[in-house]
Design a protein. Sequence first.
Length: 92
Amino acid sequence: FRRHLDALPLVFAPGKVSVVIHLRRSDLQRDDTRATADSYYYRLAEDLQKLLPGETLDFHVWSSPKNIPAYDYDFWSSKDYDGYRQRNMTVH
């Protein structure tokens, strides 16, 4: 099932603390309460930086803008993750 994923290396920055965030998006409409607001994650990242002032944090965000295969429409697009990219978070 996931052999194609096993072939891809996970690259985390050496010497940095890795922080991984999973955003549930693909099957949720934008107004769904389970789609936690981006501002929550931005604030969480800022709080972590304050808690670990001597550390350089390496943020990775996993999500998908594509809906499940049973549906032919998407509620999200790659642009919806630009705020994370602007904050130097790696979006997967």
